[in-house]
Design a protein around this ligand. Structure first.
Ligand code: HPA
Length: 280
């Protein structure tokens, strides 16, 4: 019964989108905080999330909230200009509904972007960093979006997260942009920024980035069998010490994404055409 409900919800969203744009997108793109302008380069229709049956609507600042479909740098893509987050009050399953819809549309590769804090002195503001693994206390504690009664519509019961961040795609990005760093992304549901003690915990666990998104979507993308590439724009350096005078704030995030935007555009201009073509 529940499985059927999921299938119906996915089908309704897919039918609506195909009614506007019938072609199969090869690549799904998720553009995070302030990184949406890349989607303005897509030649094709835009659908506000509110028009798509079952789609959650983003309430976060810097998230336009529309699905953009069409040609980008020679490939057919579907892009989320803005995402939704668990901190907006959405359940993990609601957060990943758009990811599942994009997989159901036929996109076999998913590229996720986000704004993140850098952990430690090794990062500069505005830098792009590849995600090679993640650590999420929320997912480990029961907020995994694939949790629930067995339902084959979104994918199999158990999803391996070993090599969730596709080694071939990581190597491709590094070939195109030598010097790109890789890091483990620590997930904090938010919306409060991490207390210094949590940053020290993440640092001790080997994490280099911290943010409030991406992990639930990557899990759902892997469950759906997509190949995943994810990258963060470092928008601030996370505070790890209570004696640090710096107070993490939203304004520094918005200033830094302006530096990261042209870098992301330049990387995507080279990366998107080079992404592996589907077998079919
Ligand atoms: N923490 C969590 N999320 C973020 C940060 C941060 O420091 N910067 C941008 N998004």
């Amino acid at each position: 019964m529940r499985a059927k409900m999921q299938r119906n919800a996915l089908d309704r969203a897919v039918d609506h989108i195909r009614g506007v744009f019938p072609a199969r997108p090869e690549i799904a793109l998720v553009l995070g905080s302030g990184l949406g302008p890349l989607a303005d380069r897509i030649e094709g229709p835009r659908i506000p999330y509110g028009d798509i049956p079952g789609f959650p609507v983003s309430t976060a600042p810097g998230h336009a909230g529309r699905l953009c479909l069409g040609q980008l740098f020679g490939r057919t893509v579907v892009a989320m200009q803005g995402r939704v987050h668990m901190y907006e009050g959405y359940s993990p399953a609601e957060v990943v509904f758009p990811t599942r819809v994009m997989a159901a549309l036929g996109a076999r590769t998913a590229v996720f972007t986000n704004a993140a804090g850098g952990i430690g002195a090794g990062y500069s503001v505005g830098e792009l960093v590849l995600i090679e693994d993640h650590l999420s206390l929320a997912m480990a504690a029961g907020m995994d979006p694939t949790r629930g009664p067995q339902d084959d519509a979104p994918g199999p019961r158990f999803t391996s997260l070993n090599k969730a961040y596709d080694p071939e795609l990581l190597a491709l990005a590094e070939r195109l942009e030598p010097g790109l760093k890789r890091a483990v992304y620590a997930h904090n549901v938010g919306p409060s920024f991490e207390p210094p003690a949590l940053i020290r915990f993440f640092a001790a666990m080997g994490c280099g980035l911290v943010g409030m998104s991406t992990v639930p979507e990557v899990i759902a993308a892997r469950q759906a069998g997509q190949r995943v590439l994810a990258l963060s724009a470092v928008t601030n350096i996370a505070v790890a010490d209570v004696s640090d005078a710096h107070v993490t704030n939203e304004d520094e995030v918005w200033e830094a994404v302006k530096i990261a935007q042209p870098r992301l555009l330049s990387l995507m201009e080279r990366l998107i055409p080079a992404l592996p073509k589907d077998m079919t």
